[in-house]
Design a protein around this ligand. Sequence first.
Ligand SMILES: NC(=O)c1ccc[n+]([C@@H]2O[C@H](COP(=O)([O-])OP(=O)(O)OC[C@H]3O[C@@H](n4cnc5c(N)ncnc54)[C@H](OP(=O)(O)O)[C@@H]3O)[C@@H](O)[C@H]2O)c1
Length: 323
Amino acid sequence: MAGYLARVMKALVIHSFGGPETVAFDEIPVPQPGRGEVRVRVRAAALNPVDWKIRDGYLKDMFPHHFPVTLGWDCAGVIDAVGEGVEGFADGDAVLAYCRKDYVRDGSLAESIVLEPRHLAHKPEELSFEAAAALPLAGLTAWQALFDAGKLEKGETVLVHAAAGGVGHFAAQLAKSAGAVVLGTASVPNHGFLRSLGVDHPVDYRGDLVPNVRAAAPDGADLVFDCVGGEALERSPECLAADGRIVSIVDPGKIEELSGKGVRAEWVFVAPHAEQLAELAGRVVRGEMKVEVSSVRSWKDYAAAFKDLEAGHTRGKIVLRID
Ligand SMILES: NC(=O)c1ccc[n+]([C@@H]2O[C@H](COP(=O)([O-])OP(=O)(O)OC[C@H]3O[C@@H](n4cnc5c(N)ncnc54)[C@H](OP(=O)(O)O)[C@@H]3O)[C@@H](O)[C@H]2O)c1
């Protein structure tokens, strides 16, 4: 394949933290897989809010960053080189991946990326590269927040803040299929979409949140899954049932503050998990969960895609074709 012969490849990189103008195409060395690693030729990559957060430097105290940083933490593609000692993945396998490493440098908005099997799952043939790329980060976040941290059980009531977004639309569906009663916040134009995901009670966050939640769930929610932060998280304790719990993926500081006041509250940062990723992909091909991709563009149009992402009103996911 061409990737073996080429010494450099195109990637969307930043050389310093900053605004949208800091992102640009650059040529960087084609990565070579070491022992226990594979190289994936990227076909599609989803955008996530973390991409602009990394660009802006919000995560600089959380992970070591090595410039130039290639952006992108989600991908689907085809393995084109396999290091020694890799089991279960071979040259030519189609895969999807949540690409986060322990440092920030090698992103998926590149022609190739080197990953370990812990990042990967095989891509079922029925799943397009675009849909597969939309699944890993947001799907794993929803899973780990609801089930690993939130311990959501059948018959419980869950409130998902931002249920129409990338993480929220997966969370709403996973919660419903786990047998929960699902409340989800979104603006009114998204309420039909929320119902199509199985949300029992769409709630308009632009109205008065707590009375709206209490109207649908008078005893409150057993679990609030916060994908918004700010006022949504601030008012979440008032939405809780007795002994209810909050899981946020947005604001660790506020979660610490709430915990200090005796609220059962936890912050989650999504981790790679090969088995969970394979399970999520399986659910999609079995028709148990859908992947909402609101736009697919060439990565040449990255500036417009980032602008849409940062507006904060994406329905489902934004995907870039790495063409
Ligand atoms: N800790 C972690 O591991 C982790 C993992 C993934 C994401 N995150 C973070 O979680 C947040 C959500 O990520 P995402 O990918 O789901 O974002 P996203 O797809 O960009 O979210 C867009 C959605 O947010 C909704 N929204 C905007 N303001 C809202 C509000 N005040 N109340 C309720 N809904 C609102 C919009 O609905 P309307 O159009 O109807 O307004 C839209 O559907 C981001 O801050 C992201 O960085 C953290």
